[in-house]
Design a binder for this molecule. Structure first.
Ligand SMILES: C[S@@+](CC[C@H](N)C(=O)[O-])C[C@H]1O[C@@H](n2cnc3c(N)ncnc32)[C@H](O)[C@@H]1O
Length: 304
């Protein structure tokens, strides 16, 4: 990987007031069937796609991220995303940075601790929020993206470069470890990926477990940035969250735009679905309104 001087390459997602590209007013074509969910081992990191390294600054925290070409990885021109084929994970969206900034403040204010926690980053792309969770002492960080290619070309390389001094490959194991944390990587659609996520509670198994150990109880902290732009995908995303989050104090931190113009998703619309469901409460953690783009927000959802 080569160095690069571009300090903060963050892209806009539907920030304008009109739809663009695939989300113009024409009717949406049916989506292709999603690829089957699979775990991507850290040894499956891509070595044949050119990846350059860039610095990302979040206030006084410096992280590293790779940059790869959408054309090289997917054979697609540099488009934001192609629904059901490539869901935007190769770009770093501004919500990821908002989320890290908000998480840092939550930790500094004593409202959040990652120490010893089981963390899941949904729709991870570059995985920087999950990497931050690892740096903060999480016991487990699992990363999920729609596309295995994104995980191989960016998420795993990003964990390697950011956590290299704390990182150990565990020979013969599915997982890597970072200063004692278990790192694992999963690809698949939100409607199916629970089938392979290790800490999704399984009521049947948990009740009948005779091992005497603690039953699996879900993820303590779920992180996600820029995942609620598509209304059709929101039901499966919210269903996945409910399957994954720990019933014992589990929380979700979600960064997103208030409205994704042209596609209908956004925080207000997602949260009205959550409120109607009645299982979780939502609290606004941060609002970013810089006047130049759509209002962005970070929300914390907790089980009631
Ligand atoms: C706009 S990108 C955001 C990436 C990253 N969180 C960021 O902020 O830079 C949307 C992410 O959600 C994932 N995603 C979108 N739809 C999905 C679906 N139906 N199932 C699983 N993942 C999906 C994509 O793979 C991608 O990682």
């Amino acid at each position: 990987m080569a160095g690069n001087s571009n300090p903060n390459p963050v892209f806009q997602l539907f920030s304008g007031s009109t739809a663009t590209g695939f989300f113009d007013s024409s009717p949406e074509p049916p989506l292709p069937p999603p690829p089957p969910p699979l775990e991507v081992l850290s040894s499956e990191v891509s070595s044949d796609v050119k990846c350059t390294l860039e610095q990302v600054e979040v206030d006084d925290l410096t992280l590293l991220k790779g940059r790869v070409s959408t054309k090289e990885v997917f054979g697609l021109p540099n488009s934001d995303l192609v629904p059901g084929v490539y869901e935007g994970g190769l770009k770093l969206w501004e919500g990821s940075m908002d989320l890290i900034r908000a998480l840092r403040k939550e930790v500094q204010d004593g409202h959040l601790s990652f120490a010893g926690k089981r963390v899941l980053e949904l729709g991870c792309g570059h995985g920087l929020p999950g990497i931050f969770a690892c740096l903060e002492g999480s016991a487990v960080v699992h990363f999920q993206d729609f596309n295995a290619e994104v995980v191989r070309c960016l998420t795993i390389p990003n964990t390697n470069v950011n956590l290299s001094d704390k990182f150990q490959s565990t020979a013969g194991s599915e997982a890597n470890s970072c200063a004692g944390a278990e790192l694992r990587f999963f690809a698949g659609d939100w409607s199916q990926v629970h089938e392979i996520l290790p800490h999704v509670p399984n009521p049947e198994k948990d009740v009948t477990s005779s091992s005497g150990g603690n039953p699996v109880s879900g993820y303590d902290i779920i992180l996600m940035a820029e995942t609620i732009y598509s209304i059709p995908a929101q039901q499966s995303l919210y269903g996945l969250i409910k399957k994954c989050v720990s019933n014992s104090g589990g929380v979700v931190y979600m960064a997103a735009k208030r409205h994704y113009f042209g596609v209908g998703g956004g925080t207000q619309q997602f949260l009205s679905m959550v409120e109607k469901d009645g299982i979780m409460t939502a609290a606004l953690v941060a609002e970013v309104a810089d006047g130049s783009s759509n209002v962005r927000e970070v929300w914390k959802l907790s089980i009631k």
